[in-house]
Ligand binder design. Structure first.
Ligand code: GLA
Ligand code: ZN
Length: 672
């Protein structure tokens, strides 16, 4: 349980009473109670308010808020306010300001804007966390610490440059090994002094955000910046822990956000939390994958849905409303995949600046007679009714998909073979195929133990980190099924090519040698032609993007290319290795192929869909104390029927058997 003080699914969200008048505060509380809200996140962006100058701290306002909420049965998720530095700090200590990708020194403005290596920022952020910890350590209303907010963005200032050099010294020991790792004899880049190294941005090695002349330095800079921001988190966390060892500490993450290696971050957090903002056209499978990824950061431990909008966003190009029922549906989608909280941004809509048209539980009209409020209150009632039933329940998956941020960075920084290659997209295609089949999936990092899985997919495993090939080898030898794709096994963890034939260290496991890689514009297709029907795979499918031209070295050829000069050569192979099998998908197949392919592999391993359901109906299972909870989520705009052998509707108590139905955008939680 995240905190035993509140043994139910927490319900609430970001609350910014500092932005409106005292008169509204009592109204807020009245409506929170009506909506079943029991947690409010305070102090996210109030640094300038509680520290008006260098020496003055004024917590009175915050005391009053925390007390008032607590007296009304509402707990506080207490943020540390360090996600936006005060203007006076920027003026007095310009080192808190970042230097951007174009090399421009920023001025005061925006948020999430502090240099992570600024001594001033670190000092005052730590001091703020210390004061907050000291002041509220005994307060019964404080449920959890919310450090900063959505860490992200990189800095290229001189402090970061110095920090980077020290970080490199630590990593490589000597310039000699750094020069080797970055292959600096290319384009005459040999470094003789540490201070010759400068951050890679548009003033030096990079352009477009993802293009570089030196992958080595660009990859290291990403790791370094992610580590630097993580260091800022740890500084605050440690000082908070000193005051309140028993109160959990988190910071809100952003799903598949590119710039931070969240597997490293997850290890430092007591509980993972994240902000879920799908657009009207985001596939349900993509949101599901992001929930599973957030659950994967701490090997399946429940996470927090820290933010979602009750109705609409303001920052997307088209901010459609969540249709009636959809807020509830998407809230349960999070719970179904491991969330033990449902929280919003925000509880009341602001009246000024760029988020005034962002959805909120209390809208500008200011009363409870709105669709959004009614839906929020209805969900609040259900979550109160569910009490602690679902807390800590676990998802059990027999299938894993490997996701790795450093691999992603290396793939995307690669110059060639195709600019259309998008790592997250490729991973999502496999995820989507499993999602359609209602197969439970764990999204795992490269540190995860593979032996608990029957099937492991590792799409575009371009970078094979030290020891990982052995891990895969052992997994397959012991009977596991491993699937990888084109552009895998190409480089080691320094992004240096493993010579001797692709896919490098994975070659013996896969029983193939890739001689050449063809890359064509996305609209140009080839075909995957099955040699014979295999499981659900039959006939031919389309493929695009990259096309490996390969030779088998023991693997069986399942399918061949249909056209071009490599027609009739292998494209899909399967190698028996020890007691297991290793499949290779040498191109980017269409979704029809992936659907049939995952079905074939799951059938072969006896991995079954959780339930057979109509299209557009998602199902997950969470288990606790020998009981199973099935979440049936209908993403269709029409009611659908499905069959269930038996079970109890957790919310209505109704006994279910045989044909039952779920409303348009409806959810059923079935206990078995
Ligand atoms: C993020 C931030 C919030 C708010 C919302 C708006 O998640 O953490 O402060 O800006 O976006 O969608
Ligand atoms: Zn900096």
């Amino acid at each position: 349980m995240i905190n035993e003080k509140l043994p139910k699914i927490w319900y609430g969200g970001d609350y910014n009473p500092e932005q409106w008048e005292k008169e509204d505060w009592d109204e807020d509380v009245r409506m929170f109670k009506l909506a079943g809200i029991d947690v409010a996140t305070l102090n996210v962006f109030s640094w300038a308010l509680i520290q008006p100058d260098e020496e003055t701290y004024d917590f009175e306002w915050l005391d009053e808020q925390i007390d008032r909420l607590y007296e009304n049965g509402i707990y506080t998720c207490l943020a540390t306010s360090t996600a936006a530095h005060p203007a006076w700090m920027a003026k007095k200590y310009p080192d808190v300001l970042r230097v951007d990708y174009q090399g421009r020194k920023r001025k005061f403005g925006g948020r999430h804007n502090s240099c992570p290596n600024s001594p001033t920022y670190r000092k005052y952020a730590e001091r703020m966390a210390d004061r907050l910890g000291e002041r509220y350590k005994e307060h019964p209303g404080v449920l959890i610490w919310h450090v900063s907010n959505e860490y992200g963005g990189y800095c290229y200032c001189d402090n970061c440059a110095d920090g980077f050099r020290n970080w490199l010294k630590e990593k490589y020991g000597s310039l000699e090994s750094l020069n080797k790792a970055w292959n600096t004899r290319f384009w005459g880049h040999t470094f003789y002094e540490w201070d010759e190294i400068v951050p890679p941005n548009e003033l030096s090695e990079e352009w477009n955000g993802d293009s570089t002349s030196f992958q080595g330095i660009s990859l290291d800079y990403r790791i370094f910046q992610s580590d630097s921001l993580l260091e800022c988190f740890k500084i605050e966390r440690d000082v908070l822990k000193k005051h309140t060892p028993a109160i959990p500490v988190t910071t809100n993450l952003m799903g598949t956000y590119n710039e931070l290696d969240y597997f490293k971050w997850g290890r430092e957090m007591d509980v993972v939390s994240w902000d879920n903002y799908p657009a009207y056209n985001t596939p349900e499978s993509f949101t599901a994958m992001r929930h599973d990824l957030m659950r994967g950061l701490k090997s399946g431990q429940p996470f927090m849905l820290m933010e979602q909008t009750p109705s609409q966003q303001n920052w997307q190009p088209y901010n459609s409303l969540k249709r009636p029922g959809v807020m509830r549906l998407w809230s349960y989608q999070a719970v179904a995949r491991g969330a033990d909280t449902v929280m919003f941004f925000q509880l009341r809509r602001s009246v000024g600046a760029c988020e005034k048209y962002h959805g909120a539980v209390i809208e500008h009209v200011g009363h409870e007679n709105t669709r959004v409020f009614r839906e929020t209150a209805e969900l609040g009632r259900e979550l109160t009714q569910l009490s602690d039933t679902l807390l800590d329940a676990r998802v059990h998956a027999k299938v894993a998909i490997v996701f790795d941020w450093e691999n992603r960075w290396a793939t995307e920084l690669s110059s060639g073979p195709s600019k259309a290659l998008d790592y997250v997209n490729e991973v999502h295609k496999y995820y989507a195929a499993l999602f359609e089949e209602n197969i439970a999936v764990d999204m795992v990092g490269v540190e995860e133990d593979l032996s608990k899985y029957d099937i492991v997919f590792a799409p575009v495993l371009y970078m094979v980190k030290s020891g990982y090939a052995d891990k895969v080898r052992q997994y397959v030898q012991n009977g596991g099924t491993f699937i990888t794709t084109f552009f895998s096994g190409i480089v080691n963890e320094l992004d240096l090519v493993t010579t001797g034939g692709y896919p490098g260290e994975l070659r013996d496991i896969l029983g193939i040698w890739v001689e050449e890689i063809d890359a064509l514009p996305p609209e140009e297709k080839n075909q995957i032609v099955l040699k014979k029907d295999t499981g659900s795979l039959a006939g031919s499918y389309e493929c695009s993007l990259l096309f490996d031209i390969m030779h088998t070295e023991g693997a069986e050829v399942l399918a061949e290319y249909g056209s071009d000069f490599y027609a009739g050569t292998p494209v899909i192979t399967c190698n028996s290795f020890g007691q297991g099998k290793a499949y290779y998908v040498g191109t980017c197949p269409d979704q029809a192929f992936l659907t049939d392919f995952v079905k074939t592999i799951c059938d072969e391993k006896g991995v079954k869909p959780l339930l057979e359901l109509p299209k557009g109906v998602e199902v997950t299972e969470r288990r606790k104390d020998g009981r199973s909870y099935f979440f049936i989520m209908n993403h269709n705009s029409l009611k659908v029927d499905f069959e269930i052998s038996e079970g109890t509707d957790l919310l209505t108590g109704e006994e279910l058997k045989g044909i039952t139905s779920v409303e348009a955008y409806g959810v059923k939680i079935i206990k078995r």
